[in-house]
Design a binder for this molecule. Sequence first.
Ligand code: GDP
Ligand code: MG
Length: 162
Amino acid sequence: MLPVIALVGRPNVGKSTLFNRLTKSRDALVANYAGLTRDRKYGEAEINGRNVILVDTGGISGGEEGIDAAMAQQSMQAIEEADIVLFLVDCRAGLTPADQMIADQLRTRSKPTFLVANKVDGVNPDIALAPFYELGIGELFPTTATHGRGVRALMERVVEDL
Ligand code: GDP
Ligand code: MG
């Protein structure tokens, strides 16, 4: 069984963009891995010579009222089955109640977690990152998933913990 790295975060923070960049759309054959749930997207990636499975949470469906509950359940399941969690937030949007909800979930677990402050392009990092440092969850890495900025530094650090 390969190590599992889960991407969690509220909708629209850039999880799928990062997933696609890292996996280069090589889909993992979920059937080959006992214990993986089928309702999430898995991909294989090689990072610094280490093969890992990445989990992209999201694809949340359901009505407006159900969306927070669905997100909470999805991210909790992904956190449970992960060896390492990448918690993505959106620097442009700032800290939101949905981010806080996921942060609360992570605090109830002791999974190694990295805080990925995505969409750092076009913001002043000194101002935009401050509220995320205050979350006190994991080492913080600013990234621009669309262009790959910061992604190598993040992943080099992540594989050190495998
Ligand atoms: P997800 O819902 O968390 O999977 O988010 P997506 O990966 O689908 O991205 C949501 C939107 O944010 C898309 O339009 C992406 O192109 C955009 N996006 C993702 N990463 C970045 C980034 O680093 N900077 C900017 N400006 N946009 C981004
Ligand atoms: Mg997505």
